[in-house]
Ligand binder design. Structure first.
Ligand SMILES: [Fe+2]
Ligand SMILES: [Fe+2]
Length: 424
């Protein structure tokens, strides 16, 4: 294990900012991170958004795992994968909270219509053998015969997608970290809160359906998958959205499209492998993700309309930090590299690739007409130039990386009883 200093941000200046003291004092160091070193001299301020947003930046000296994005921490025998970067909180100025409150009736008219009523919604049971029927066991047999044809690398992707969906409590928590739009009571009647609860309720069917389907196939180790889900929910996620709904809704726009692409690809591949029912399952989930993407991108479209400077700076900020995958802290109790291995298999099989990341960014730039924004501050124009050229730069880097010859690599996955699959 190497010890290395880590810096998660750029030091810009020490502009006095009362918000910073508040933020600095709100920085919490997990008890488990016993070796974390932090002192006031290591707290720096980087003004952003023409000086309106401030962030706290902190260097740490931590034992680095060879995995770049996280470390495993032992706390009373509990292994918890954790991100190394700073936990920045409340980066949106207080006055912007009012902006989101003023958008409540707009959200009621423009965002809530993207939800489907429960009565018109599909339910997992419609895609699964009916347990109360006499034909249940025959239906299960048919399902298992179809699933027997699914290759192991496909199963790894489907399990990884299912585990990601099953960590839904984390995503609802993430939405409820956002200032100005969070569900303040758990049953708040604001349109933002109603959206978040109903979105969660719609999403809940995704993990439920994939979990039950995979259970019935008999092809995967359900106990270790259940452990992975428990670990993942316990670890949470750190999307670096800083309680800031500008950042948060850009993140969710990106992620909903990423899941739309990923479930769409598992649907197409299931059809190729002859499992049309599974293709229908993944396709139905993908359609939900698309609808959710449309809602979140509409919110960001509105933010670009009323506050283009702050929104383009937020987009730049999220893209510089990179959009992390929601299940990036995945762990099965044995394999600290399981998320990276799952990502490699998804890349190799075409379920979700680095090219998709660039394509999503390009799609969102077009969707929000970012290249046509006018009247921006000079800092806003810089951000515009950066994000508009980024997709091509990512593609070039990806092409260059793919030209570097790398030998084949195999890996085992606990989820499929330690069978080996090609990682690349
Ligand atoms: Fe989902
Ligand atoms: Fe989703």
């Amino acid at each position: 294990m190497a010890m290395a200093p880590r810096c998660t941000g750029v030091v810009a200046s020490s502009v006095p900012c009362p918000a910073v003291d508040r933020m600095a004092s709100s920085l919490t160091v997990p008890r488990a991170l016993g070796s974390l070193q932090m002192s006031p001299s290591k707290l720096w301020i980087s003004p952003r958004a023409s000086g309106r947003l401030a962030r706290v930046v902190m260097t740490t000296t931590l034992p680095m795992h060879d995995r770049d994005v996280g470390i495993g921490v032992q706390d009373k025998g509990l292994y918890v994968p954790q991100e190394l970067h700073t936990q920045v909180t409340h980066s949106m100025p207080l006055e912007k909270i009012e902006l989101f409150k003023s958008l409540e009736s707009w959200a009621e008219d423009n965002i809530l219509p993207y939800l489907k009523s429960v009565e018109k919604s599909w339910q997992p049971q419609e895609f699964l053998p009916e347990p109360s029927s006499d034909g249940f066991l025959d239906e299960v047999k048919e399902l298992r015969a179809r699933a027997a044809e699914l290759p192991d690398d496909y199963l790894v992707c489907l399990v990884g997608d299912m585990i990601t969906e099953e960590a839904l409590p984390t995503y609802q928590t993430m939405l409820n970290t956002l200032d100005g739009v969070r569900d303040e009571t758990g049953a708040s009647l604001t349109s933002w809160a109603r959206w978040t609860r109903a979105w969660t309720a719609e999403e809940n069917r995704h993990g439920d359906l994939l979990n039950k389907y995979l259970y019935l196939t008999g092809r995967v180790d359900m106990r270790v998958i259940e452990k992975t889900i428990q670990y993942l929910i316990g670890s949470g996620m750190d999307p670096q959205t800083e309680n800031n709904p500008y950042l948060g809704f850009i993140y969710t726009s990106f992620q909903e499209r990423a899941t739309f692409i990923s479930h769409g690809n598992t649907a197409r591949q299931a059809k190729d492998f002859g499992d049309v029912k599974l293709a229908q399952i993944c396709g139905t989930i993908a359609a939900d993700e698309r609808r959710h993407e449309n809602a979140y991108t509409k919110i960001v479209e509105k933010l670009f309309e009323i506050d283009p400077d702050c929104t383009v700076l937020a987009l730049e900020d999220m893209m510089r930090k990179k959009i992390s995958m929601p299940a990036h802290l995945m762990y099965d109790g044995r394999d600290k590299e399981i998320f990276e291995k799952f990502s490699l298999v998804a890349q190799r099989t075409g379920v979700y690739t680095a090219r998709d990341y660039a394509d999503i960014l390009e799609h969102l730039i077009k969707r929000w007409n970012v290249d046509k924004l006018s009247g921006l501050s000079s800092r806003g124009q810089q951000a515009q130039d950066y994000v508009c050229g980024l997709a091509n730069r990512i593609r070039k880097l990806e092409e260059r990386a793919s030209r570097v010859k790398k030998g084949p690599m195999l890996g085992t996955f606990s989820w499929i009883f330690n069978r080996e699959v090609a990682l690349r």
